[in-house]
Design a binder for this molecule. Structure first.
Ligand SMILES: C[S@@+](CC[C@H](N)C(=O)[O-])C[C@H]1O[C@@H](n2cnc3c(N)ncnc32)[C@H](O)[C@@H]1O
Length: 187
């Protein structure tokens, strides 16, 4: 099993704006702790770094990752990129789908130990992501909210998350901010 430093180094070429070492490190640390047979959801897939590091560190965790599709590449090229990167890292416990996380959630039926959200930045869409995905996280599970503090670029993310936790007192607890990643624990 690779160390945290080795995983960060091995995936540093999967560069995505706003995701730095600290963001990756906290996902590795939390994913390591999750029980065998548990599930994680990660969206959007993008460069697939967050999904891949969580899968790499815990073979007993199944990581589902979704992307709605990108303007800079075809859907086939995106799927191939994820496939190639999984092969590079020896990852077999990751399932990639093309799709909109706001649609996929409607039929989602697996309890989540990890939830990584890094998709939309506007108020309405973030609100749907939070209200519909957070309830799938089990007690003891962890949520990563990327871009919670991206130099004020997406203020709606912080606004939505802060209000949601305020409206659900006693159900969630804020963890630290790791670079742009706010950690939230389901109690
Ligand atoms: C910043 S990137 C994610 C980076 C990724 N976590 C990584 O490690 O490389 C954001 C991605 O979210 C995708 N996206 C945006 N809205 C989405 C949605 N509703 N459902 C799924 N993916 C979405 C975009 O296509 C884009 O690829």
């Amino acid at each position: 099993m690779k160390t945290t430093e080795e995983i960060i180094e091995a995936t540093k070429g999967y560069f995505c704006y706003g995701i730095e070492k600290e963001d990756v490190q906290i996902r590795i640390e939390e994913a390591r702790k999750m029980p065998s047979g548990s599930f994680a959801v990660d969206f959007g897939t993008g460069q697939a770094r967050t999904a891949i590091v969580m899968a790499m560190v815990n073979p007993g965790l199944t990581v589902y990752t979704f992307d709605i599709g990108r303007s800079d590449m075809t859907n086939e090229a995106l799927a191939e990129r994820v496939h190639v990167r999984c092969a590079e890292q020896g990852v077999v416990n990751l399932k990639y789908y093309l799709g909109d996380a706001k649609v996929i959630v409607k039929d989602w039926d697996k309890p989540l130990h990890l939830l990584n959200i890094d998709a939309e930045g506007d108020y309405e869409r973030t609100l749907i992501e939070v209200e519909e995905w957070y309830p799938h996280v089990v007690s003891g599970g962890t949520i990563f909210m990327q871009s919670y503090n991206l130099n004020g670029k997406y203020p709606a993310i912080k606004e939505v998350v802060d209000k949601y936790l305020d409206d659900h007192l006693g159900q969630y607890k804020f963890g630290e901010l790791y670079h742009n990643t706010k950690v939230i624990y389901k109690l």
